[in-house]
Unconditional design. Structure first.
Length: 442
């Protein structure tokens, strides 16, 4: 058996084991890099760690550090409350406001599951209070996270753009972000129409009381899923403590704007800029930064660094060129592109989207270098296909929505998200293929 085949089998085992057992995929990837490097290739420690992505490490630590400070000092809560105030009693706008707030959080650096974890309880509480279908609210939160997730300063965007740069591929961070946002926005419009949005357009703010049935039924908790309500197991309070824009939160908002402007218009490194802003904020307000270091997304850091380190080993032994050659032998570039997107969507529905993005783009590099398909188009198609399936209840985002649904409706939400998420495994790659690959954009 060739070394290339061995590395592919080991990578598949890493994804399989991490999916069915409670073992961290990033830690498994590091172990795989060590075992294959030391015992199959005879490499030393320096060779094995040569593929460690120092640039991505700084980015992941920097943006999650800054976001943790924004959460701790109440800036995130202020943004959520400000967004809700903009609704002004228009029930139909509440799901869209949750979409935009979640997109904003991921766009400025929040890890997708973290953003969903913050907004889902709030959103599902509003769903319960205003009799909004929980599928509508949950999917718009998840889609919002994916929509903002590919901004140039976001986690997903940083990973994809970093992988593209390191492999000397043509990239377009702005187009990646706009394409992902537009796709998720359109997908959310479909969700709005399918799950009771038209009914919301005819209603004003009429929150239910604690003694009223809240599921659109006779109070038994059953629902047909066509336009009922949903939410958390606890009634959303009529009013929450208002968060004011104090000096600390104003400085945090300014810092986020500096990070975005520096990265977008002045080419500043996202990771180092984010750490600089976070350190400045910690100097100005040490109390608010006290626990931020512990809130850095270390599991995500471990995940992507482990996967990229192992993929770098695969590159060194020629596995990437080997797979690229196999894809090229298909003879039909558009079919090969579709297959790559289908693989990304299918695996991502069960495994980590972050890990998939770090692994599949390098595997497609040899195929992209042939020039038969525009690299930017395939990267966008693969990124979108691999992220919209996060609505699966087996992904972290989908599971968070299920967990924050009202107990009597969790089964309905779980089954609904499973049907929707699994349908996206096929629909998303086909749509992205038709939009980005079939026209053969240059």
């Amino acid at each position: 058996m060739s070394v290339q085949i061995i590395t592919i089998i080991v990578l598949a085992v890493v994804f399989l084991v991490a999916t069915v057992l409670p073992v961290h995929m990033g830690a498994l990837a590091f172990v795989a890099a060590f075992m294959v490097g030391a015992f199959v290739l005879g490499e030393g420690k320096d060779d094995i760690v040569a593929g460690f992505p120092g640039d991505l490490f700084v980015i992941l630590v920097g943006v999650t550090y800054l976001f943790a400070m924004a959460k701790a000092n109440g800036t995130v809560d202020w943004l959520v409350q400000a967004a809700v105030r903009l609704v002004r009693g228009k029930i139909a706008l509440i799901p869209w406001m949750m979409f935009l707030v979640t997109a904003l959080l991921t766009a400025v650096g929040a890890v997708v599951p973290a953003a969903v974890a913050i907004i889902a309880p709030v959103a599902m509480g509003f769903a319960l209070r205003y009799r909004i279908n929980p599928m509508l609210m949950g999917l718009l939160v998840i889609n919002g996270a994916s929509a903002g997730g590919f901004s140039p300063i976001s986690i997903f965007g940083s990973i994809v753009n970093g992988v593209v740069t390191r492999n000397n591929l043509p990239g377009d961070p702005g187009m990646l972000f706009l394409s992902s946002f537009a796709f998720n926005l359109a997908l959310s419009a479909v969700v709005f129409l399918l799950f009771g949005g038209r009914d919301l357009l005819r209603r004003n703010a009429d929150p239910v009381t604690e003694n009223q049935p809240q599921d659109g039924t006779d109070g038994t908790g059953s629902t047909d899923g066509t336009g009922g309500a949903g939410g958390t197991a606890v009634i959303a309070p009529a009013a929450t403590t208002a968060v004011t824009l104090n000096k600390e939160r104003l400085l945090t908002l300014t810092g986020l704007l500096v990070l975005a402007g520096g990265a977008l218009f002045f080419g500043l490194d996202v990771g180092f800029t984010a750490i600089t802003v976070a350190v400045v904020l910690s100097l100005v307000s040490p109390k608010g930064a006290k626990d931020a270091i512990g809130q850095i997304a270390w599991p995500t850091v471990l995940l992507i660094c482990g996967i990229v380190t192992y993929v770098s080993l695969m590159e060194r032994v020629g596995t990437i060129d080997f797979l690229g050659g196999k894809v090229a032998t298909i003879g039909i570039p558009l079919l090969a592109g579709l297959l790559i997107c289908l693989i990304g969507a299918a695996v991502s529905a069960f495994a980590s989207t972050t890990g998939i993005l770090g692994a599949l783009i390098p595997l497609a590099v040899p195929f992209l270098l042939t020039g038969d398909i525009a690299a930017v188009a395939l990267v966008i198609a693969l990124s979108v296909s691999s992220s919209v399936v996060d609505s699966s209840p087996f992904s972290t985002s989908g599971a968070l929505v299920v967990a924050n649904s009202r107990e009597t409706e969790r089964d309905y939400v779980f089954r609904g998200l499973m049907r929707w998420g699994f349908s996206m495994i096929v629909i998303a790659p086909l749509l992205t293929w038709l939009i980005f690959l079939a026209p053969n954009w240059s």
